[in-house]
Structure formats: structure tokens, C-alpha cells
Design a protein around this ligand. Structure first.
Ligand SMILES: Nc1nc2c(ncn2[C@@H]2O[C@H](COP(=O)(O)OP(=O)(O)OP(=O)(O)O)[C@@H](O)[C@H]2O)c(=O)[nH]1
Ligand SMILES: [Mg+2]
Length: 366
């Protein structure tokens, strides 16, 4: 990013220089009134991403200077546009902050840990948070710091005591398979438990058939509830079950999980936890968009799938920081057996620092 300070007799004059040199897409990082022998003048510090410098949009407004709470984009227009712009500004500010992270302030062991996190594509906000906590105490070990960024709360019925468990997430990430494996684990651990699996995925014939198939084979009850009416029927008989696992479809269009749950008649007051199922290969902007659409009071954990197909794991930390939700399960294979584990800090850190999948020895990972 290219950053430069422009001076003018007043703010308009300084802004005109910014526009002339950096174009309409320049971002204003700060303004300052300077008093000198010649009277007052104005200084503006502005930045431009060199990738966008070639083709600035003539109609795009300049980002405004600080408001009372800090640097914020203009809030008129489409909220997604300004949310996206705000994200870009944060990224750019983070890029500015990065050179200030003086690694010499850390002990050698702490430095190595930060380098590892960088290699795993942990984002600047994760790195900054870890850096600041480590800097406060050179003897501080890394793991407790990381545990505070990405806590784990393994999916087991003695911890997750809600009756309803909703599995939500983008298309194709492994929601149905995750649900089946967790339901089967519960059944195995507590053969007497009355478990019901629910296909709330009206449009997807295949997922529904797979669910029904495993329910029949394993002594699980099976219901279909893709509409509010069907869900009402299910709620009426909920007392018959100890745990109810609901398989949601990927959300269509721009709808949100909160809207979808409300449309199905699954009120916030229900004894329910929703789990966001994710795979570690989306772009950062997609994760931000997913978080925006799926965050709601019912959402209580993150489940990571397809870890066996990933080559870096920073996304697990980035999403934990963004959503402030614990990780509840880790899935690492397309089969039914030995391919999912309740999340624990130990498993998570072996994954991130050693690329060891749950159930794998360090030698197998190498
Ligand atoms: N390699 C690997 N494949 C997985 C994992 N979890 C799921 N899959 C595969 O991903 C594919 C999609 O799984 P589903 O469970 O149908 O995914 P879904 O999110 O329910 O898909 P939709 O209902 O179509 O949105 C299947 O082929 C699964 O076998 C995993 O941890 N590792
Ligand atoms: Mg499915």
C-alpha cells in the first residue's frame, strides 16, 4: 500500500491534491491542522492500494476522515458495500501496523510461534492479538494465549446438553455427514439415548436419503421437517427424544441463519444450539460474509471439516477470532468411521503447529 501526506491551505485544497495524485479510490487515514508562521494549513495522510491505482472509479466517493469513534467509512448506500469497504480499511490499517510488530520484543520461542502462525495464514488481527499478549510477558507460553483466541468445547452430550442441535453452513461443506457421524457417536456412547435425525433440507434429495438410510441402520429416529408446519409437528413430539439433530440446507441468496430459523418456527427460546460447519479453503472475504450471514444468538460453535484436504489451518484461528465461538468438532475424512473428533486444544494445536490430523501420529503427518 502506498501512503503519502498532502498539504494544502485548507482541507479542500489538500483533498484536491490527494484526488489529483492518488485518484478517487484513495483512503483518508487522517487529517491534521498545522499552525505555522504562514497561518493555518491542513495535512491529509492518504493511502492507495497500488493494485487499484490504475483504474480508480470516477464516481466512487473519497473515504471520509475520522469521526468521533475512529476511522469509519460513509454509512449511506448499501450496507454490504460499506461493510466491505470497512473491512478493506481494516486490512490496510493492519498492513500499516505490521512493521510496528517488533519481533525483537519477543523471546526466541515466542518468535518462532508467531512465524508458524503467519505461515498458516493466520490474519493480522490474530497475529497482533497474540503478539501483544506475548509482548507483555516474554516468559508467557504460546498455548494459553492461543487457547484464548480459539477455545475448544468438544461436541459431547455431557457438555452440549441442548436438545436441538442444528447443523448449518455453506453448500457442500459436509453438514449432513458431520451430523450423521456425531449422532452415531452419541448412539454408540449411550445406546439407550433416544436420538432423532431431521432432514430440514427439502430441496436436497440425496442428503435426505443418506440421513434416512443411516437412521434406519443405526436405530435413530428419522423425521423430515423442511417447512414450518412440519417443524411444528416435530416440536410437538420433541419430548420423545433426548437429542434432535437437524440438517439444514446451505442458505440461498442473501438470507441469514436467523431468518431461516425463524421461518422454520425455531424460536430463540428453544433448548437449541446451532453449529456452523465450515471447510478451511474459503477466501478471507468469504469467511467474513459467512460470519455475517450465520451469526445469531443460537449459533454456538464452529465445526471444521475437510481438514484432510487443507494445506494450512490459519482459517480456524481467524474464524474463531471473528465469531468468538468455540470449536466443537474436527472432521478429517470422507468416510463414516474414525473421521471426526470432538475438538480439544491439544488436537487443534497439533493440527496447526504440526499438521497432525486428529487420530494421526506425528510420524504419519510428516
Ligand atoms: N475429505 C473429506 N471429505 C468430506 C469431509 N466431510 C464431508 N466430506 C465429503 O464432502 C461431501 C459433501 O458432504 P455432505 O455431508 O453431503 O455436505 P453438505 O454440507 O451436507 O452438502 P449439501 O447438503 O449439498 O449442502 C461428501 O462427499 C462428503 O463425503 C471431510 O472431513 N473430509
Ligand atoms: Mg447436506
Amino acid at each position: 500500500m502506498h501512503v503519502k501526506t498532502f498539504k494544502g491551505s485548507d482541507i479542500q485544497a489538500a483533498l484536491a491534491k490527494v484526488k489529483a495524485e492518488l485518484g478517487e479510490e484513495a483512503i483518508i487515514l487522517g487529517t491534521k491542522t498545522v499552525r505555522g508562521g504562514a497561518g493555518k494549513s491542513c495535512e491529509i495522510t492518504a493511502a492507495i492500494d497500488p493494485r487499484s491505482a490504475g483504474g480508480p472509479s470516477k464516481n466512487a466517493p473519497l473515504m471520509p476522515a475520522r469521526n468521533a469513534g475512529g476511522i469509519m467509512p460513509q454509512m449511506d448506500g448499501n450496507p454490504t458495500d460499506w461493510a466491505c469497504e470497512w473491512r478493506q480499511i481494516k486490512d490496510q490499517l493492519m498492513a500499516l501496523v505490521k512493521p510496528q510488530l517488533n519481533m525483537e520484543d519477543l523471546s526466541p520461542r515466542q518468535r518462532v510461534a508467531i512465524k508458524y502462525l503467519e505461515r498458516e495464514e493466520a490474519d493480522m488481527q490474530v497475529l497482533l492479538r497474540v503478539f501483544l499478549e506475548l509482548k507483555a510477558d516474554p516468559d508467557r507460553p504460546i498455548l494459553p494465549v492461543l487457547e484464548s483466541v480459539a477455545p475448544c468445547y468438544g461436541f459431547e452430550s455431557n457438555k452440549w446438553r441442548q436438545k436441538f442441535h442444528i447443523f448449518a453452513g455453506p453448500h457442500g461443506v459436509g453438514k449432513t455427514l458431520t451430523l450423521i457421524r456425531l449422532a452415531l457417536r452419541e448412539k454408540q456412547a449411550r445406546p439407550k439415548a433416544r436420538i432423532c435425525v431431521v432432514a430440514a433440507d427439502q430441496g436436497q434429495g440425496k442428503g435426505r436419503l443418506v440421513l434416512r438410510h443411516y437412521a434406519d441402520l443405526s436405530g435413530l429416529a428419522f423425521r423430515e421437517a423442511g417447512s414450518a408446519e412440519d417443524m411444528q409437528e416435530l416440536l410437538k413430539e420433541a419430548h420423545k427424544f433426548d437429542m434432535i439433530f437437524v440438517d439444514l440446507p446451505g442458505l440461498s441468496g442473501k438470507s441469514s441463519l436467523a431468518e431461516h430459523l425463524a421461518d422454520l418456527g425455531l424460536a430463540e427460546s428453544l433448548d437449541m444450539a446451532a453449529h456452523l460447519v465450515l471447510a478451511p479453503y474459503f477466501a478471507a472475504s468469504q469467511y467474513a460474509e459467512i460470519a455475517r450471514r450465520y451469526m445469531c444468538p443460537q449459533l454456538q460453535s464452529l465445526i471444521w471439516t475437510k481438514l484432510d484436504e487443507a494445506c494450512s489451518f490459519g482459517a480456524l484461528l481467524n474464524m474463531a477470532r471473528l465469531t468468538e465461538l468455540p470449536v466443537s468438532a474436527l472432521s478429517f475424512g470422507s468416510g463414516l468411521k474414525n473421521s471426526i473428533a470432538p475438538a480439544s486444544s491439544d488436537l487443534l494445536w497439533r493440527l496447526i503447529f504440526k499438521h497432525t490430523l486428529p487420530g494421526q501420529s506425528a510420524e504419519q503427518a510428516a
